[in-house]
Write a protein that binds this ligand. Structure first.
Ligand code: RB5
Length: 145
């Protein structure tokens, strides 16, 4: 299934990579819902992580969060029930977190991952389908904990 819409958000430390990834998605013909920020002023990443998580749940789409490391974004997003956020620094993690964890939010670190690698990670994340089967049981256990 190709993604029709993807939500994206960042903090100031992830702003530049957010803009790059947004352009990349739009060039692929994917509609992007940008929850902000819209400039490089210093902001608090949990605000954007929560906003994006809400949008992902309401619209049943995938989301991308970018901060300096990807870690603060993932910590916040994973506190929202129904969100499975994965920090990925390589394509293998992006592939496996969709296949096995049914991750619905990709977290990237602008200070960790360059734009070329980040685009490849994002493409794999949005182009890979959850495998289901035995992995669904494990996802259900995450949601119950
Ligand atoms: C901001 O300086 C930085 O702390 C933030 O972008 C992120 O890396 C937190 O996890």
């Amino acid at each position: 299934m190709s993604q029709k819409a993807v939500a994206i958000g960042s903090d100031h430390a992830g702003f530049s990579l957010k803009e790059t990834l947004k352009k990349h998605l739009e060039e692929r013909g994917i509609t992007v819902h940008d929850v902000g920020p819209f400039d490089t002023c210093s902001v608090d990443y949990p605000v954007y992580a929560k906003q994006l998580s809400q949008y992902v749940l309401e619209n049943e789409c995938l989301g991308v969060l970018v901060c300096g490391t990807g870690i603060g974004m993932s910590m916040t997003a994973n506190k929202v029930p129904g969100i499975r956020a994965a920090v990925c620094a390589n394509s293998y993690q992006a592939l496996m977190t969709r296949l096995h964890n049914d991750a619905n939010v990709l977290c990237l670190g602008e200070r960790v991952t360059g734009p070329g690698a980040a685009q490849q990670i994002l493409d794999i994340f949005i182009d890979t389908e959850f495998e289901g089967g035995r992995h669904q049981r494990r996802i259900d256990l995450i949601e119950k904990s």
